[in-house]
Write a protein that binds this ligand. Structure first.
Ligand code: IPD
Ligand code: CA
Ligand code: CA
Length: 265
């Protein structure tokens, strides 16, 4: 039988160790490459951090499977068994340009069900963690269930790239929404944005295209605090595909979905 307490403890230990390695590596010169476009960055540290997790997992839990952003894990077509979904550095652009506001993000699933979510803000030394059914925490502080917030008092995180990239939802709907809410933010790390929704620091996050390693851990945190997440079309996540993400506290998710994204229906 899978010993989830052991997995939880060791995963947290590895995440903190990987964070220390990343901090140390910041004294050295980075090798920076680009991936899908000139602004899609990857460094030697992204790859080395993913390798670190893969080596640890394969040695300790040889039956577990791994979906990692940098492609050094397994090629997965299902979430059968125990699967680790890993983004070794979420917010690589922040890592390269700002040396802060980036995170290690790990979601661990059993037959498609999220069991453990870990998002480690390395420079703040803040580990957001959740264990299915046992709540979510930031370090030792429990994250309370999300409370209802009037839309006029909501802060929403929006990835501005949707204005240029999105073809299915009219970007024009953004203006009245931005006008109505109290404020907007864009942190440049989907994992930290989702952790911030779970912590109640922002009330919703909308973005048009994320990969499973960007959102897996955040969704496990959200499950524990009563957060809701769907695609902008209202579909459930498979945790294997890239798609849009609308995550938030239930009241704000509902208003953004009904009154803005789908007001014409
Ligand atoms: C990116 C960040 C960013 C989001 C991008 C992601 P990366 O992840 O989460 O905030 O807008 O869609 O790809 O490339 O830094 O791991
Ligand atoms: Ca990412
Ligand atoms: Ca990454």
């Amino acid at each position: 039988m899978t010993n989830w307490t052991e997995i939880d403890e060791i995963a947290k230990k590895w995440v903190r160790e990987a964070g220390s390695r990343i901090k140390q590596s910041m004294q050295e010169n980075l090798t920076i490459e680009t991936k899908s476009n000139p602004n899609d960055l990857v460094t030697n540290i992204d790859k080395e951090t993913e390798r670190f997790f893969i080596d640890c997992i394969q040695q300790t839990f040889p039956g577990h499977r791994i979906l990692g952003e940098e492609g050094q894990g397994d090629k997965l077509h299902s979430l059968d068994g125990v699967v680790w979904i890993i983004d070794p550095i979420d917010g690589t652009m922040n890592f390269v340009h700002q040396q802060r506001h980036f995170a290690i993000s790990i979601g661990i699933f059993e037959n498609g069900k999220g069991k453990i979510g870990l998002i480690y803000d390395v420079m703040q030394d803040e580990l957001y963690h959740a264990f299915s059914g046992e709540g979510a925490y930031m370090n030792d502080t429990a994250l309370p269930s999300l409370r209802e917030v009037p839309i006029e008092e909501a802060i929403i995180a929006v990835n501005a790239t949707w204005v240029t990239e999105n073809r299915r939802i009219d970007p024009g709907i953004l203006a009245p929404l931005v006008k109505r809410v109290r404020g907007t933010r864009s942190y440049g790390s989907a994992a930290l944005e989702l952790a911030s929704v779970a912590a109640g620091r922002i009330d919703a996050y909308i973005t048009m295209r994320l990969a499973p390693w960007d959102y897996a851990a955040g969704c496990i945190l959200l499950n524990e605090v009563g957060g809701i997440y769907t695609t902008v079309e209202g579909e459930h996540f498979t945790f294997l595909d890239n798609h849009s993400v609308l995550a938030g506290n239930p009241a704000i998710h509902k208003i953004i979905f009904n009154d803005y994204l789908h007001a014409d229906k």
